[in-house]
Design a protein around this ligand. Structure first.
Ligand SMILES: [Fe+2]
Ligand SMILES: [Fe+2]
Length: 181
């Protein structure tokens, strides 16, 4: 494989991943509001933080794409699903994270084939975080199935405070001058 072709394949894989990450940001943000609105604040708060993880992933991919001389895509790979119940949301999210892990494994292979270990390492680093997300959604899903209403009663409340979480951006840093989490 010619060097430029190999590099382009890596850029394409990173961009496909970036489109999926942007879609995940929108999906989890939308769920975070919906779950908080349905009073499942205890689940809404981590979902908000997971959306922020996906934004970090999209940024990390864009930085690497620029390093390789490519242009990062700005369109989400798909539209966010709306009006999901909490169990539908957990089921859907497990599917998203399982697919993400599968895709990152494949993308890591593309990077290795192109002899780009920096990109391959990035794929593995992000993939490990998708596994953490998957574990969380699987836990909630299992609790809902096994414990039912008793568990549902436990995860109510907490919104919007819990869903507010420790998310800090630029404005908070300017005001507080403190370290970023
Ligand atoms: Fe991600
Ligand atoms: Fe994820």
């Amino acid at each position: 494989m010619a060097k430029n072709d190999a590099k382009q394949k890596v850029i394409d894989a990173l961009n496909k991943a970036r489109g999926d990450e942007l879609a995940a940001v929108l999906q989890y943000m939308s769920q975070h509001y919906a779950l908080a609105d349905a009073d499942y604040g205890v689940v809404a708060a981590p979902v908000k933080l997971i959306a922020i993880d996906e934004m970090r992933h999209a940024e990390m991919l864009a930085e690497r794409i620029f390093e390789l001389g490519g242009i990062p895509v700005s369109e989400a790979g798909q539209k966010a699903r709306k009006s999901q119940s909490i169990d539908e949301a957990m089921d859907y999210d497990m599917g998203l994270e399982e697919k993400a892990i599968e895709d990152y494994n494949e993308f890591a292979g593309v990077c290795i084939e192109a002899r780009d270990s920096i990109s391959a390492k990035l794929m593995e680093q992000i993939m490990a975080e998708e596994q953490i997300h998957l574990n969380y959604f699987q836990n909630i899903d299992r609790h809902i199935r096994e414990l039912g209403p008793a568990y549902m009663a436990q995860i109510t409340g907490g919104a919007p405070e819990a869903a507010g979480g420790p998310a800090r951006g630029f404005a908070a840093r300017q005001k507080g001058g403190g370290a970023q989490p």
